[in-house]
Design a protein around this ligand. Structure first.
Ligand code: NAD
Length: 311
């Protein structure tokens, strides 16, 4: 199987190097030049809990693509994903047999991808793996995780089983899901609550959780998400979301970390808020459901982007 990982930062680097280590032919495609140059010169530098080592990798810019792939894994940030997908399509990297899979956080990726490739070629995945990028070419890979994935049209094919085998071989702990939209919404709910609140408040998750009224703060945000998800035909339960969010509070889980949105913003990069709270707001408008809390969070994060994001 020929595999391309497009958007080869923290998560793309993690997933791609694990798949490559399992013996598959992996090409990394990325647009951030210092990163591309670093990987071309020295490969990825990988730091784990116990060791630091180099892994050779083939990394090219999207303009340089001249091959076709069986599986394209999109792991840009959400705002770069459609442009990347379109470039790969235009370059002939995606044929009618190519599976296009994304593990990006956020909502609506399936709908946007469908405007570029047919639905039966698109797979949505939700991962509990994490990864960090310490600088161009430098990955921080700690902990373990899982990947749930499903073809967007709900059908299972030979290609689905092949992808599952690739992920198995790579030690990514995959599951072929039969309810991926629920899992997508559940993770998006977590990210739509914890990410903007910790970003706006400039707090680690554990410090946010220490406030005795944090449940009262998160409740109206979640209620809106549950209502909008239901209008989209996805049943996500309020208590399940609360349980997931509060499960991320302890120091042993994610507590000591700042969420990724906080890290992006305070290192001067745009956030994915439009694909979380902003997407909830947009769907809400489609169905006439007011989402004042999610709308306000979106605006507050955009205000902060004006202050912190370099031009
Ligand atoms: P990332 O920022 O590490 O990489 C995404 C893209 O941004 C890559 O093309 C990378 O080269 C580029 N980039 C990174 N730093 C840059 C800089 N300083 N200047 C310019 N470009 C830069 O993002 P990620 O963490 O790999 O996330 C990719 C997707 O996966 C997102 O949708 C994210 O929400 C999701 N995700 C991430 C994690 C995680 O732990 N990192 C976990 C689950 C899901």
């Amino acid at each position: 199987m020929k595999i391309a990982v497009a958007g080869a930062g923290a998560m793309g680097g993690r997933v791609g190097t694990q798949i490559q280590k399992a013996g598959y032919d992996v090409t990394f495609i990325d647009s951030w030049l210092p990163h591309v140059e670093a990987v071309q010169k020295h490969g990825f530098e990988i730091q784990t809990e116990t060791e630091t080592y180099q892994v050779d990798a083939t990394m090219i810019k999207p303009e340089e693509v001249n091959d076709q792939y069986d599986l394209v894994i999109i792991l840009t940030k959400a705002m770069q994903s459609v442009e990347m997908l379109q470039k790969l399509k235009d370059k002939g990297a995606i044929t009618k047999d190519t599976a296009v899979l994304t593990m990006m956080n956020g909502l609506g990726h399936d709908e946007r991808f469908k405007q570029v490739v047919p639905e039966e070629q698109i797979y949505l995945a939700v991962t509990m793996w994490t990864a960090g990028l310490r600088g161009p070419g430098k990955l921080l890979l700690e902990g373990v995780g899982t990947v749930d994935f499903q073809r967007v049209d709900g059908k299972e094919s030979e290609r689905t089983r092949e992808i599952n085998q690739v992920f198995e071989d790579a030690g990514l702990n995959p599951t072929i899901s039969n309810q991926i939209m629920q899992t997508v919404w559940l993770k998006a709910a977590l990210n739509s609550v914890v990410n903007p609140l910790c970003t706006i408040l400039d707090k680690r998750i554990v410090d946010f959780a220490a406030y005795e009224n944090s449940r009262e703060m998160i409740t109206p945000i979640i209620r809106e998400i549950v209502e909008v998800a239901a209008a989209k035909g996805v049943e996500v339960d309020f208590d399940t979301i609360v349980h997931k969010i509060e499960g991320s509070y302890p120091v042993e889980t994610q507590g000591l970390h700042h969420p990724s949105m906080h890290q992006d913003l305070y290192s001067g990069r745009l956030t994915e808020v439009d694909y979380l709270n902003g997407q909830v707001e947009e769907y809400g408008q489609e169905f006439g459901i007011p989402t004042p809390n999610n709308t306000m969070l979106k605006h507050l994060v955009h205000q902060l982007e004006m202050t912190h994001v370099k031009a």
